[in-house]
Design a protein around this ligand. Structure first.
Ligand code: UDP
Length: 246
C-alpha cells in the first residue's frame, strides 16, 4: 500500500494483564490459557482486523510489589524485572498464536534482539497493515509505570480505533464486584467519571492519555466464552469509556 492510500481496516490495541495468562487465582504461565486467547485472536485476525497486543506481567512479577517485599532491591531494578516478565509472556503467546497458524511479530521496548524485534512504530504499523498480529512486550521500556500506560501510549501512536482492556470482570463497576455484590456495572462512562470517582479500571495516567486524545477504551471480561472475539470485532461487550456522558 502506498503512503497516500488510506487503510480502512479496523485496528485495535488489546491489553491483556498477566492474569489472562494463568488459571484464575494462580500465577505463572499456562499454555492452555494462552491458547484460549490465541484461538480468538487468530480467528479475528483472519477476518482482517489489525491487532496489537500489549502483555502485562503480573502473573510473574510486578515491580512495585516485588520492591515492597524485598528491601534489598532497587525499585527501578524491580520494574525492569516486571518488564522482562512481559517479554516471557510475549514469547509464550507468540508460540500459542503460531501453533494455530497465526502470523506474529514480537516487538519489545527493551532491546532483546535475539528473540524479538525492537519496537519501532513505523515498522509496527507496517506489520499491522500486512496482517501480522503484533505482540508488544516490555511496556514503555521505562520503569515506574505499568503496561496500562504502555497500552494507552501504543493505542495513540498506532492510531487504533479503540483500546480494549481485557479483565476478569464484566466491565467497570461502581465498586469491586468480587467484594461488593451490590456493585453496579456501567454500560458507558466518561473519562472524567472514571478519574473523579477513582474507578479502578486502568491507572490514571493511561486514562488521562486516552481522555486528552479521545481514544475510546472498552473494558470487558475475557474469561466469558467468545467475548474476546466479539470485542475484537467491534461488538459492545463491556463498559465503553469515551467522552463525558453528562
Ligand atoms: N513495568 C514498567 N514499565 C512499563 C510497563 C511495566 O516498569 O512501561 C513493570 C512494572 O513494574 C509492572 C510490571 O512491569 O508492575 C508488570 O506490568 P503490569 O503490572 O502492568 O502487569 P499486569 O498487572 O497488567 O499483569
Amino acid at each position: 500500500m502506498s503512503d497516500t492510500q488510506i487503510d480502512t481496516k479496523r485496528r485495535v490495541v488489546l491489553k491483556i494483564s498477566g492474569e489472562g495468562f494463568c488459571p484464575a487465582h494462580e500465577r505463572g504461565i499456562s499454555m492452555d490459557a494462552m491458547s484460549r486467547l490465541a484461538e480468538q485472536v487468530v480467528r479475528s485476525s483472519r477476518k482482517g482486523i489489525q491487532i496489537a497486543i500489549i502483555m502485562g506481567g503480573g502473573n510473574i512479577l510486578r515491580g512495585g510489589q516485588f520492591k515492597a517485599a524485598n528491601n534489598s532491591i532497587k525499585e527501578a531494578t524491580a520494574h525492569y524485572m516486571g518488564m522482562l516478565a512481559t517479554v516471557i509472556n510475549g514469547l509464550a503467546l507468540q508460540d500459542a498464536i503460531e501453533n494455530l497458524g497465526g502470523n506474529t511479530r514480537l516487538m519489545t521496548a527493551l532491546h532483546i534482539d535475539t528473540v524479538a524485534e525492537p519496537y519501532i512504530y513505523r515498522r509496527a504499523i507496517r506489520h499491522l497493515e500486512k496482517g501480522r498480529i503484533i505482540l508488544l512486550a516490555g511496556g514503555t521500556g521505562s520503569p515506574f509505570v505499568t503496561t496500562d500506560t504502555a497500552a494507552a501510549q501504543r493505542a495513540l501512536e498506532l492510531n487504533a480505533d479503540v483500546l480494549l482492556k481485557a479483565t476478569k470482570v464484566d466491565g467497570v463497576y461502581s465498586d469491586d464486584p468480587e467484594k461488593n455484590p451490590h456493585a453496579i456495572l456501567y454500560n458507558e462512562l466518561g473519562y472524567t467519571d472514571v478519574l473523579r470517582q477513582n474507578l479502578r479500571v486502568m491507572d490514571q495516567e493511561a486514562i488521562t492519555k486516552c481522555k486528552d486524545n479521545g481514544m475510546p477504551i472498552m473494558v470487558f471480561n475475557f474469561r466469558k466464552e467468545g467475548n474476546l472475539e466479539r470485542a475484537l470485532g467491534g461488538e459492545r461487550v463491556g463498559t465503553l469509556i469515551s467522552k463525558s456522558t453528562q
